[in-house]
Design a protein around this ligand. Structure first.
Ligand code: AMP
Ligand code: GLY
Length: 426
């Protein structure tokens, strides 16, 4: 790993890849930490959004090659990669070949997110607790296998499908239809060249982010995502309508099971396979009466898990990331508080949504808030994405955090706004 000396220059320069609320929150945390240290930082976002423009400078860099050249020419001290697409394309390998400090998995490890079939084989090989499964590259064998299975069952497109390639099937007919949609109709494109057929697990979900330094995995506090568009977890799946942290259902006992049966075997497997890296591992968990299971790995920060957990992180983010890149020991400590992040979206999301409407009242908001999909147009902040803004209440109890989030969200208005009113209701 590169040996990067800490802060050789008076101004630290950071490049953040991505354009969502996640990237705004990462930039905000760096900026707050540097303010607290009394040190200067210059943050660039590629491409960023109207919110990141308040924290640093948005730059338009079309390709990974351009990002690399920008980092070299501007003597960037650290590049933090937000989205999975660039990771799967190998941005980290390209940056490291030029001795640039970059936080994220190399392409080989990014396969743990980009290929569910690869991830499941890895979990099975290293004894990471997960649902029983089988991978298929052809629809005929997949359908034959279904004949002998119990239902419900889960059919997954193996590749990256923006969180949409998972179909829960109640009976044989639905499962055969799912195979046809994924493998024959190619609803998710090449992501459906291979499928994972998996045991259905019943329970509740939790997400745990972590940083890996190539030797040790250091976990964040747990979080709970609210994925459906409608109140009471109804309707279509979204990228995430809100998150609370810590997850009130995830006990210390669950945490211990996660560490022993998922986190440690993952670390050992990565090292044995020669897949060590400095970056994020995001564990998507299902907690059942039989224990804690790993549903999936993401090799990037979650959105909006990042917006929810970073405001609670006490540790200096830049120091933790640089230590991780250098393979050094570091801790992550969190405030003994609760966070509740509510996502305001634009009408129509997660389908085709409205855009181009002015967002009013942002100046009245008194808690952390992160722009997910808005741009500057003639000095106005206007909606430009499905998920528009994340409002994060912080409090000594979950109830306080919820109350603060909802009190502030009422101050923000734009045409066709929508948000769930039950984020954090357990
Ligand atoms: P994934 O992308 O694999 O995390 O799956 C997306 C969502 O599908 C998860 O957050 C769960 O809600 C659901 N899911 C995935 N795998 C299973 C499973 N084996 N049993 C039940 N639900 C699942
Ligand atoms: N909120 C889930 C994700 O980022 O994938």
């Amino acid at each position: 790993m590169n040996n990067i000396s800490q802060n050789p220059q008076p101004v630290t320069k950071i490049l953040i890849i991505g354009s969502g609320g996640r990237e705004h929150a990462i930039g905000w945390k760096f900026s707050e930490d540097f303010k607290q240290k009394g040190q200067s930082v210059e943050i660039f976002f590629a491409p960023g959004n109207a919110g990141t423009a308040q924290v640093g400078t948005n730059v338009s860099l079309g390709s990974i090659e351009e990002m690399k050249n920008f980092a070299k020419e501007n003597q960037i001290d650290l590049t933090f990669v937000g989205p999975e697409a660039e990771l799967a394309e190998g941005i980290v390998d390209i940056f490291k070949a030029e001795n640039l400090a970059v936080f994220g998995p190399h392409q080989a490890a990014a396969q743990l997110e980009a290929s569910k079939a690869f991830a499941k084989d890895f979990m099975a090989k290293y004894g990471v607790k997960t649902a029983a499964y089988k991978n298929f590259q052809g629809s005929q064998l997949a359908k034959e296998y279904l004949q002998s299975q119990d239902f419900p069952i889960v059919v997954k497109a193996s590749g990256l499908a923006a969180g949409k390639g998972v179909i829960i099937c109640q009976n044989l007919e639905e499962a055969e239809q799912a195979i046809d949609e994924i493998m024959e109709d190619k609803t998710f494109g090449d992501a459906g060249n291979e499928v994972v057929i998996e045991e259905f697990l019943e329970g509740f979900e939790a997400s745990i982010l972590s940083f890996f330094n190539g030797k040790k995995i250091v976990p964040f506090i747990s979080a709970k995502d609210h994925k459906k568009i409608g109140e009471g977890e109804t309707g279509l799946n979204t990228g995430g309508m809100g998150v609370i942290a810590p997850n009130p259902l995830f006990t210390d006992e669950h945490f211990k099971m996660f560490e022993e049966q998922i986190m440690e075997p993952t670390k050992c497997g990565l090292i044995k396979e020669g897949l060590e890296f400095a970056g994020v591992i995001f564990f998507g968990l299902m907690i059942t009466t039989k224990g804690v299971y790993l549903l999936e790995y993401n090799l990037r920060m979650g959105d909006p898990e990042t917006q929810t957990t970073l405001p609670l992180l006490e540790t200096d983010l830049y120091e933790a990331v640089i230590k991780s890149i250098n393979g050094e020991e570091f801790d992550l400590t969190f405030k003994n508080q609760h966070a509740c992040c509510v996502v305001m979206v634009s009408g129509g999301y997660p389908g085709n949504y409205e855009k181009g409407y002015e967002i009013r009242g942002l100046e009245k908001v008194t808690c952390p808030n992160f722009i997910a999909g808005a741009k500057l147009e003639n000095d106005q902040v206007v909606t430009s994405g499905g998920r528009v803004i994340n409002v994060v209440g912080l409090g000594d109890s979950l109830e306080d955090a919820r109350a603060i989030a909802y009190e502030n969200i009422k101050k923000i208005n734009f045409d066709f706004e929508y948000y769930r009113t039950d984020i954090g209701v357990i």
